[in-house]
Design a protein around this ligand. Sequence first.
Ligand SMILES: [Zn+2]
Length: 70
Amino acid sequence: MTSTGLTTHRHEHNHDVRVEDLRCPGCGEPAIPEPPEDRPRAGGEFSHSDGTALCARADGTAAEPIEVAW
Ligand SMILES: [Zn+2]
C-alpha cells in the first residue's frame, strides 16, 4: 500500500461538462442549455446562443450539442 495521494484514477469522460464547451453539431456555434425561442417544442433543450434552435439533423430530429474537447 502506498500513500502518495496520486492513486486516484479519473475517467476521461467522467468530468463535469461545462456549458461554455457545448457547440452545435451542425454549425459549430456555441450552444446554451435553453429551449430555442423559435421552436420551443421541437427544438430540444438546447439552442444557439442567439435563441434559435440548433441545426437539425438530417432526419429532422432535434440536435444535441457536442462537447468541445480542448
Ligand atoms: Zn447550428
